[in-house]
Design a protein around this ligand. Structure first.
Ligand SMILES: Nc1nc2c(ncn2[C@@H]2O[C@H](COP(=O)(O)OP(=O)(O)O)[C@@H](O)[C@H]2O)c(=O)[nH]1
Ligand SMILES: [Mg+2]
Ligand SMILES: [Zn+2]
Length: 277
């Protein structure tokens, strides 16, 4: 049978298959072959023996938290409290692009802005749509439900952005803690949380994974450049151009002409660790 590991508890692996969850052990051979199954892994297993026989090839794997085969990430992005951060958004997008995870930009707290304040963000969000990203609002629950269908998703974003609030809206049974008070009292930085994939409608979701920025430090400059998808729309005249200083660099021109969002370009520079000369 083919299933997906949804939780690991010491040496027990919980495998989801057709809506049932089977606690399984691993073949002894795994240890010898240095195969370490993680949450998200698709496996071949025996229902009768409660035994995982094979870990299928992974689409992607993250180290912190340890999880694999993520299809898409809802980047929960608050416009106010906490303020919108283009740097953080671009960081998440880069991290997801590099790992072949589809980023979905999910905006929260639009209700806290008046039309004037919002118009500034509207322009920015239009840009992200133009370069190919899905932008939705946390109020669009049925749209979000549709996107979750048959996928393994993560919700990620700043503390206080509204991840738990949205997850509760999608599945009221969960009753996740939200807001300032729970932040102060519970689930502090010192509590390690168990990684778990939860069923949501006919999809699976991981709550608040908080992808570590440490992970970000390990990516190469080349990967960062590739993750800025709009750069591909404007082929540069220089081969292997880093788009940092050449006068005739097409990307720099596009930034000057307003075709590429300046904040995106600046974040690109900051991610590759360079400033324009
Ligand atoms: N006004 C407003 N408040 C929101 C919205 N989404 C979440 N909140 C509030 O923001 C606070 C933090 O939300 P929470 O879900 O705990 O954020 P998390 O840390 O990302 O899980 C809570 O007090 C929520 O009630 C929204 O769209 N509008
Ligand atoms: Mg939360
Ligand atoms: Zn260039």
């Amino acid at each position: 049978m083919r299933g997906q590991i949804v939780k690991i508890s010491s040496d027990l692996y919980f495998v989801d298959c057709d809506g049932f969850v089977y606690p399984c052990k691993c073949r002894g051979l795994f240890r010898k072959e240095h195969i370490t199954p993680v949450v998200g892994d698709y496996v071949l297993f025996s229902k009768e023996k409660n035994l995982i026989e094979e870990v299928l090839p992974r689409k992607n794997i993250f180290k912190r938290p340890k999880v694999s085969n993520i299809d898409q990430a809802f980047l929960i992005t608050s416009l106010k409290y906490p303020d919108f951060s283009d740097n953080l958004l671009d960081k998440f997008i880069t991290l997801m692009e590099i790992n072949h995870v589809k980023p979905i930009i999910c905006i929260t707290k639009k209700d806290l802005l008046d039309d004037d304040d919002f118009s500034k963000y509207k322009k920015i969000l239009k840009y992200y749509e133009k370069i190919g990203y899905t932008v939705i609002y946390n109020t669009e629950v049925s749209k979000i439900k549709k996107l979750l269908s048959n996928k393994t998703s993560v919700f990620t974003g700043q503390t206080g952005a509204g991840k738990s609030t949205l997850l509760n809206k999608l599945n009221p049974e969960w009753n996740l803690e939200t807001g300032e008070i729970s932040k102060a009292l519970g689930r502090g930085k010192h509590t390690t949380r168990v990684v778990e994939l939860f069923k949501i409608l006919d999809g699976k979701v991981m709550d608040t994974p908080g992808f570590s920025s440490l992970e970000f430090n390990e990516v190469s400059m080349e990967d960062i450049r590739k993750s800025f998808v709009e750069f591909k729309m404007y082929p540069c005249i220089y081969k292997d151009c880093t788009h940092t200083k050449e006068d005739e660099c097409v990307i720099r021109k596009m930034v000057k002409d307003g075709k590429i969002l300046e904040s995106r370009y600046n974040n690109y520079l900051s991610f590759i660790g360079r400033d324009v000369e």
